[in-house]
Design a protein around this ligand. Sequence first.
Ligand SMILES: CC(=O)N[C@H]1[C@@H](OP(=O)(O)OP(=O)(O)OC[C@H]2O[C@@H](n3ccc(=O)[nH]c3=O)[C@H](O)[C@@H]2O)O[C@H](CO)[C@@H](O)[C@@H]1O[C@H](C)C(=O)N[C@@H](C)C(=O)N[C@H](CCC(=O)O)C(=O)O
Ligand SMILES: Nc1ncnc2c1ncn2[C@@H]1O[C@H](COP(=O)(O)OP(=O)(O)OP(=O)(O)O)[C@@H](O)[C@H]1O
Length: 495
Amino acid sequence: MGEAVTKALSDLGLTARHGEDVAVTGLSVDSRQVRPGHLFAALPGVKAHGATFLPAALERGAVAVLTDRAGEEIARPLLVGSSVALVVVEDPRQSLAYAAALWFGAQPATVVAVTGTNGKTSVATFTRQIWQALGFEAANIGTTGVEGSFTAPSAHTTPEPITLHRLLAEMAAAGVDYAAMEASSHGLAQRRLDGVQLSAAAFTNFTQDHLDYHATFEEYFAAKAGLFTRVLPEDGVAVLNTDDPKGLELFDYAVARGQQVIRVGRDASCEMRLGGQRFDAAGQDVRFIWEDAPQLVRLPLIGGFQAMNALTAAALVIACGAEPAEVFAALPKLTTVRGRMQLAATRANGATVFVDYAHTPDAVETALKALRPHVLGRLVAIVGAGGDRDRTKRPLMGRAATAFADHVIVTDDNPRTEDPATIRAAVMEGAGPEAQEVGDRAEAILRGVDALGPGDALLIMGKGHERGQVIGTDIFPFDDAEQASIAVAALDGKI
Ligand SMILES: CC(=O)N[C@H]1[C@@H](OP(=O)(O)OP(=O)(O)OC[C@H]2O[C@@H](n3ccc(=O)[nH]c3=O)[C@H](O)[C@@H]2O)O[C@H](CO)[C@@H](O)[C@@H]1O[C@H](C)C(=O)N[C@@H](C)C(=O)N[C@H](CCC(=O)O)C(=O)O
Ligand SMILES: Nc1ncnc2c1ncn2[C@@H]1O[C@H](COP(=O)(O)OP(=O)(O)OP(=O)(O)O)[C@@H](O)[C@H]1O
């Protein structure tokens, strides 16, 4: 057994207000995870103040507490006569983020972060894919976990600082030199990224979302802006979609801080400018202009917005020092995030089948609208809604499908403990009398594929990357992309 690592509070940038500069054996934000010798970060929470769990943390052997003034009030009486060190700071989440960085002490040499309402996963994934295509060891961290040269599951889009820095240190130890991470607005508001050394950061766009957590639109934007005004250092590069008015606002902040900026968008002022797009069944040809030189690339990606995501990723990689010509040569190799507008199968007659995670009325509309320019013939949609979740969205999802597709098949999603027929009836109510109802999802996919003539496309929505269907309380193996391949093989005589 190796000797346990310990670090003094002062080595973690912390000063005790009460007690000594003790050595700690680890960090925890949750009393239930405290081990003997740990520093317990008692954070102000939505439901409770972490300091209320101090007795449990002390019982488990915490030797130091990091908290704010409100936490100090709760902690002081509990610490009378004890040698436990009490560290009181203005913003304990930020101090914890710095302490976690110092505790783990290593990260990949180049780390970039992406924020925005939509496109974070796509941009972080594309950035990693470009680096890998250039021959570098690279990984991305986000909603889909950690992927690339290093893989790990992740519960959060932006992991908590302790998890995040453990991951970054493990990546560095495994030889990963490049990492692209998603910066969620929750993660930014909770200072999860504050201890990360960023080389560049990108902003994709800003629309209404997450107003359940952020009190106002302004607060939500302020959280995202923090990536550029606080986390990204002055010598970092800001990659900004300045077609979005909020991107223009960030441009002003970045310039005021002396950061170098790469603007991405359609406007003539952009260093990375999107010119034209021509769509076909399997992707798009994109014309763009980099520093006044026109370029043409093939993107095997569905959806007009993916060109902006790919260019944003290209700009990030260039910002970190790569040769632009090599970066542009890598773009035709990009592949979509699994289950997001994923080309799952192609019929012998050329008709295509796509799988997408869209499971809200808005997402159904966006997905169908994105696919439409790629389809010469008819667009067929398969839609369903999950059980034990929001009921009001069911007819709205059916309505959106009928409004933006030429033919709609309503099927089961994850019925969970509800009666599947009742859920389908609600979706059918919005989808209208022309829609076809096929409860069994595999049969619905078979019928959808069978309906495709040359030039047609089928979009199977709702489950995306999932590999199981939840019926009752059991999960049965089910993969939309695999079912699409099976249906195509069966109908085109390959099995
Ligand atoms: C809404 C939100 O962000 N909540 C975060 C917040 O929890 P909270 O304020 O509710 O905590 P609380 O339950 O009031 O407890 C207060 C403190 O006491 C601690 N505690 C609690 C119970 C106990 O027995 N002992 C104990 O020590 C908790 O660890 C916490 O530090 O502080 C906790 C500790 O830092 C976080 O783990 C927790 O993230 C939760 C798990 C979460 O689900 N967050 C989601 C919303 C999130 O961050 N999502 C974004 C993506 C959003 C998106 O783009 O879709 C993400 O980046 O993943
Ligand atoms: N640049 C973009 N502009 C507008 N919409 C986009 C853009 N990129 C992606 N989208 C839409 O957002 C959906 C989710 O994309 P993506 O996973 O990349 O975003 P995200 O910000 O990571 O969201 P999440 O954290 O929920 O995964 C896509 O399926 C698409 O409908």
